[in-house]
Design a protein around this ligand. Structure first.
Ligand code: FES
Length: 652
């Protein structure tokens, strides 16, 4: 008979193979993405496949046949020892017997997709920098004197087609015991390198190594440092953790840190040390949480703004404090962890995304990677809201970027009762337009302040202050309830008809929570609070508006709010304030920590690294500081929602 037809799903790749061909061999010849760590020895179970029945079953014996034959002994052994999901077969053991359709489940694909939480975001395709390989190495022979390492490298070439593999001293020193302990079978972690770097052995284990290797995706912010620990085999996030950036003691915001380094000799080095120490503490914490050895972390990707970028690398950020805001380098950087004093695997790699411009950092590049405005059909405005707002506007034809100094007010700083988002902080506010009475919700409880059980619900945390999203909602609600005019002035008790508007020096304040009557601190929204938010939102809006001018458009199709804080802003309130341009409300979405997601994409898929490097080259940078239009927009944008721009969609 002719050779049976073998069809793989979901790829659709097909070909004819002699009876008895192992499925893994057929897959390789057809270029089907089927994983294998042990090289077809029936040990790793990475090659699992599901034979589809369908009409193919009538063609006689297929790989789906449950009766295990002689050649399935290895597979049977595997099944007995570790079990195999019903209907699953080991692709390296199952052989073609007749026409078949074979499904490769996602877990068995090297380039599998890591599913993200939000439906609209792109999936992550696995293509990590470092992979595990199981090899059988030839034993030494007095008549053919070669070193153990040379035979290991030969085996990697012969069994895995890995060419020109190199190694470091730290591997040589553990190689011989590992080979002998494993009976000349070892698992190695190989960093695959790129055009400029040969593949390199990172780690070696005797026998078949069951465990995983890990990578870190780190979002180095001026206020917090957040890290995700990812399994480089599966792409899963196994632990997430964050700490405050220890550089805060040198200055709350970026510019105060730049001036710290200008005023203090060696100040930049102090800050470099602080952030690296903080980083190591965070890595210890995250590894402990995941219960893994830190030395199994072989790769790390960092995203950060330009000042953090320079200070982390040990570069004085002086030039970033003044025009023309020259970066030491805007390129992406591939480094070794030891160069940055990072205490993970001794040969671990580090990748920093490229910076877009002197004010628009690798964090914005990461947002671009995650939200892909350059692939969008419609015109999208992406704002990453933090101490600095990173703003991207564009579609598949063109993307513009700028950064705008919003300051820390959105994070609750500079607000009289402000605090960071933490249990006890007021995060949601509503004001009844008739009675002018407020109701609110506190982080850590989902009971509104006017509902039964509120006191009990906040008994443990108390009410401690108001966070960024709370103050935004409070001010927007005050505006809608007529307590506040468009210029941001709070009316008096007589003007507004409520005793909640109290006199506060020469201006008025709105009493949200009266501690003297109700317990806890008294929480008011004051005119200086409103001023601070007006400044911040005007900076954000003018940055966005400037990009819209440059693009030559008046409206955007959709808005994506990114950043940890962006996740909590209510679109409606943001628009009432005039933080973001007028847009259909349900076209305003939140992307969560998009910079962190971008870091994770670059960690798990090395192809995405060259992709974003190319994209960043195409992004047009706009420097807000030197644009006269920015000032003009800024003045108009301090009104609520805006003195010059109409908000027709909002008003309808
Ligand atoms: Fe490892 Fe099949 S390839 S078990």
């Amino acid at each position: 008979a002719s050779h049976p037809l073998v069809v793989f799903t979901p790829s659709g790749k097909r070909g004819r193979f002699p009876v008895g061909t192992p499925v893994l061999t057929a897959a390789r010849q057809l270029g089907v993405d089927l994983d294998s760590v042990c090289g077809g020895r029936g040990i790793c179970s990475k090659c699992q496949i599901t034979p589809s029945y369908g009409e193919f079953s009538k063609h006689g014996v297929t790989v789906a046949d449950d009766a295990l034959t002689e050649w399935n002994k290895v597979e049977q052994r595997y099944k007995d020892k570790r079990g195999l999901i019903d209907g699953r077969r080991l692709g390296c053991q199952a052989q073609v017997q007749g026409d078949v359709v074979i499904d490769v489940p996602p877990e068995s694909q090297v380039h599998r997709q890591v599913v993200r939480k939000r439906a609209e975001a792109r999936d992550i395709t696995m293509n990590p920098s470092t992979r595990l390989y199981y090899v059988e190495v030839e034993e030494p022979d007095m008549h053919k004197p070669t070193g153990d390492m040379e035979r290991l490298i030969e085996a990697l070439d012969a069994q895995w087609d890995l060419k020109g593999v190199k190694t470091d001293l730290h591997i040589l020193s553990v190689l011989q015991p590992a080979l002998r302990k494993g009976g000349w079978k070892v698992t190695v972690a190989v960093h695959l390198g790129d055009e400029n770097h040969p593949p390199k052995i990172m780690h070696i284990w005797p026998g078949f190594y069951e465990g995983s290797i890990y990578g870190l995706a780190v979002d180095l912010g001026s206020t917090t440092i957040a890290a995700h620990l990812c399994d480089l085999k599966t792409g899963e996030v196994v632990a997430s953790s964050g700490i405050m950036n220890p550089q805060i003691r040198f200055g709350e915001d970026l510019m105060s840190r730049v001036s710290y380094s200008m005023m203090n000799k060696g100040g930049d080095q102090e800050m470099t040390r602080a952030v690296r120490e903080g980083m190591n503490a965070l890595f210890t914490q995250i590894a402990a949480e995941a219960e893994i050895d830190k030395a199994l972390i072989v790769d790390a990707v960092f995203v950060c703004n330009p000042v953090m970028h320079h200070l982390f690398l040990g570069i004085d950020p002086f030039e970033l404090g003044q025009a023309p805001f020259a970066l030491a380098t805007s390129n992406a950087l591939a480094l070794r962890a030891v160069e940055l004093d990072l205490n993970i695997h001794p040969a671990a790699r580090v990748y920093l995304l490229p910076c877009i411009a002197g004010h628009v950092g690798a964090d914005a590049a990461a947002v671009a990677l995650s939200e892909a405005p350059d692939k969008s059909e419609d015109l999208v405005l992406v704002v990453d809201v933090g101490t600095n707002a990173e703003i991207l506007l564009g579609n598949k034809d063109k993307v513009l970027a700028c950064s705008s100094p919003t300051g820390p007010a959105f994070e609750g700083a500079q607000i009289s009762s402000g605090q960071r988002a933490a249990p006890g902080a007021i995060e949601r506010v509503e004001i009844n337009p008739e009675t002018k009475e407020p109701r609110f919700r506190v982080i850590g409880s989902d009971i509104w302040s006017d509902e039964d059980g509120f006191a009990a619900a906040v008994a443990t945390t108390g009410i401690t202050g108001i966070c960024g999203s709370g103050i935004i909602e409070a001010i927007a609600e005050m505006r809608m309830a007529g307590l506040l005019d468009a210029s941001g002035l709070i009316g008096s008790a007589e003007q507004t008809g409520t005793t909640r508007c109290i006199q506060d020096g020469r201006t008025n304040a709105y009493l949200l929570w009266d501690g003297s009557v109700e317990g806890g601190p008294t929480i008011t929204v004051t005119n200086p609070d409103i001023r601070a938010i007006q400044m911040a939102k005007a900076a954000l809006y003018s940055g966005a508006r400037l990009l819209m001018d440059k693009f030559g458009i008046d409206t955007v199709d959709r808005v994506v709010l990114a950043g940890a804080f962006g996740a909590h802003i209510s679109a409606k309130h943001a628009m009432v304030l005039g933080m973001i341009p007028d847009c259909v409300l349900d076209k305003v979405t939140s992307a969560g920590n998009a910079a962190g997601t971008g870091a994770r994409i670059a960690l798990l898929n090395t192809k995405a690294r060259s992709e974003i490097e190319a994209t960043v080259q195409q992004i047009e940078k706009i420097e807000t500081a030197v644009e006269p239009r920015f000032q003009e927009h800024f003045v108009n944008a301090s009104a609520i929602p805006n003195s010059a721009e109409p908000f027709p969609i909002l008003n309808s």
